[in-house]
Design a binder for this molecule. Sequence first.
Ligand code: GAL
Length: 679
Amino acid sequence: MTDALKQLSDRLGGIAYGGDYNPEQWPREVWDEDVRLMREAGVNLVTVGVFSWAFLEPRPGQYEFELLDEVLDLLHANGIAADLATATASPPPWFSLRHPEALPVTADGVRLTHGSRQTFCPSSPAYAEAAGRLAERLVERYRDHPALALWHLHNEWGNHNAHCYCDSSAKAFRDWLRERYGDLDGLNQAWGTAFWSQRYGDWAEVMPPRATAAVPNPTQQLDFWRFSSDALLRLHRREAEIVRRLSPGIPLTTNLLVTLEKKVDGFSFAGECDFVSVDQYLTAADPEAHVGLSLDADLARGMGGGAPWLLMEHSTSAVNWQPRNVAKTPGQMRRNSLAHVARGADGVLYFQWRQSRAGAEKWHSAMLPHGGTGTKTWREVTALGHDLKALAEVRGSRVESDVALLFDWNAWWALEMDATPSRDVRYLDLVRAWYEALWSLGITCDLVHPSSDLSGHRLVLVPSLSLTSDADASSLDAFVREGGHAAVGFFSGVVDENDHVRLGGHPGAYRDMLGVHVDEFFPLREAETVRLSDGSEATVWTELVEPRGAETIVSFDSDPSYGGPVAGHPAVTRNAHGAGVSWYVATRPDADALRGLLARVCRDAGVTAPAEVPAGVEAVRRRGPDGTYLFLINHTSGDVPVAARGVDLLTGTVADGRTVVRAGDVVVVREDGTPSSDR
Ligand code: GAL
């Protein structure tokens, strides 16, 4: 994985910089200005053709490549490389008239119509055919074009059309289930169809979970989510096969959506790219949106096994698809972009190069805004181009982290099914709460899949993993027995891969490792709080924990009017297991308490931050063959001194033991004499 991105950035001579380029939206004379300004900004890579299908194949089977020929030639003449899309993300209107059966159908039976984008059923044979034909023609035509540096498969697989309930999907779902279970007995067993008279006697009776009268079968739903992600993965593989066959030597990737997309299992796609690329957008309503950014960036890195990755899209300022689209304040874009680089990105691209005049995204920011070059955004875009040039040597280096946080789309899906103990138990809420506690302690973590090799870490955090396989649970158990540390959140390990409850007491798969037995869950009412023995507060969840070897660290307050339904019982436990230690957190502590707890867990595990920084300052270290780079990003409104020795690559200033990171500023120190990692 690493090599393909290294090759690309070597070809570019540094960190990749650019954005989606959609020249078909503009008259020809604008293109010359585009490339001139791209050069001025230091742009070296643009994504072309993402939504060009209707131009490339204006009528079925009739391909017209003149426009793209000219665009690629122009880019090449100006020394700008192309990330060329397979253009399959938005079938033209003629496609839906020809193949009405390929339009997606909702769970309620409504068939959608073209007029936006990505309006096709992922299991439609007609779509697969047409997209495959287009991709083949494109790859054949451009595989030797000198501007071509990277293939961009589709665009954000499943962003708008991940779940389709039509008859083609029903058929493909049955095929997928046959493959998984072999026969109907296997399916009946896995889906627990003895319940509510759901037993299937014929494959024709098996359906996607279309609208039904009461709570749909949870395993049917879970399998449908798995199948739907796999249906998109099949399309991805089909395109990847075409590219690899016809254009070997040019790497391929696709822009994944990190936590922005619940329905698509990012890990499975990451494994089928030459390197990971992601799109990341701030949540405007979140005052700490830069923490969400870090989380997504750490997930992008985790998806690629720690290797550098490419930020394929983010925004220079406001987006247009949230309820209130907040613009970025001066300096915020720079902090955002460099925070991605700090966390392993070797490329910084935006949606999009030039802000559109028409269409659904005309109010979405871009590198070149409606106001042209006399704007705050343009000034920041050109300044960032210089910053990234100055960071060229950072590319290829890897982020240091002793902590892994387990992240799993399957667990996310299972946790948020209908009819669970509490609708307030939300996957991203729990992951974010734990992540944020760690972030505020200045500690870097990798978000990794539960099946990944954990041995490179000292501490593994499991904020929420209700569903876990036996194999993944054993691997965490072995990690702890061999001397690792782990901390596990409530309602984890409770069901197996089929969403069947693990019997004999909760938290099923982790019971022995944690040395506890949970007798019963006592979720709290909406907005109800309980007090813990250390004086802190907790919400959402309590449960009756009996220690079976574990030591109680914090309890629910012993007074039932404060301690809630399980007053006096353990809320946080610590268990010595083999040569390691495992912690259990049986509630949702408030932010301060969780930070205090994770600080203690980190100390216990010997995990430290890359630098001592106050709250609101990010410190992340990347290590390369020739040295280490300490990124310091100040999100606060005050100047902050940090102990560091080396040269700030962005200004050339020497930090002789101490550097001041100004309010809102970023410093990247190439460190002198960093002791080598003791891992
Ligand atoms: C992404 C998409 C882009 C653009 C962008 C706007 O989801 O790939 O084409 O729509 O969002 O934020």
